[in-house]
Design a protein around this ligand. Sequence first.
Ligand SMILES: C[S@@+](CC[C@H](N)C(=O)[O-])C[C@H]1O[C@@H](n2cnc3c(N)ncnc32)[C@H](O)[C@@H]1O
Length: 266
Amino acid sequence: MSDPYAHGHHESVLRSHEWRTIANSAAHLEPLLRPGLSVLDVGAGPGTITVELAERVAPGEVVGVDASAEVVAKAAALAAARGVTNLSFRVGDAYRLDAPENAFDVVHVHQVLHHLSRPIDALREFRRVVRPDGVVSVREVDYEGTFWYPHSAGLDEWLDVYCRMHRGLGGEPASGRRLKAWARAAGFADITATASQWLFTTPEDRAWWGGMWADRALQSAFAEHALTQGVTDQDGLQRISDAWREWAADEDGWLVMPHAEVLARS
Ligand SMILES: C[S@@+](CC[C@H](N)C(=O)[O-])C[C@H]1O[C@@H](n2cnc3c(N)ncnc32)[C@H](O)[C@@H]1O
């Protein structure tokens, strides 16, 4: 991997990534999907969105690429279990895709650019491999714009620690608000910019999202990077974990993560 990956692939991280679908993470692209399109999914992770993309565009061919061999194997196993045959996964790098120019109708990217130190270079690479009449679809979170209720000093601490740790690795936690500018800088002429959010407030969603972050705060690469960088200490991680459990248990609990999208054409 060319840049360090802030989250890693601990089970608590994959718990979040495996929840993702076209409906909750790629609705902006959905109206453009039709049978026969070829699709490249860059930074496909465990592949839950990729598998759905393959189902929508069959018999079009879909390729999922990720820098982590471990997560590529997981995604391939998911495709096999779902019986999806127009889909393959391989290890690859967003900056140097193993594909010729004009190879795909759609390049799909979900929550990857915020981990890259050179997001504009990656967008230029996506532009190289998409057909002249194709579309590059990118959706990026804006961590710094996350807001919640009720007030929680522990969640304030989480956001501060997360953003400092992520920037320490060369990523940009407030990518969403920059995405349109990055697409313009990469040379796309026709850009449709939209926004959407993830909302967690039902008891089930709070238990799942809050429980996941309570675990991630103590066990995932987030914890390791934050400790290594000296952004917080073990007591700080424990406060963050406890704050997530408290928020999840509160019936008034409500949290929104804003996301930006672009549909970019040459
Ligand atoms: C937040 S996950 C998103 C996964 C998937 N797109 C989803 O939304 O479920 C980011 C993924 O990007 C991958 N990644 C990070 N840097 C990459 C790079 N330079 N090239 C390809 N993949 C990369 C990570 O391994 C990780 O699986």
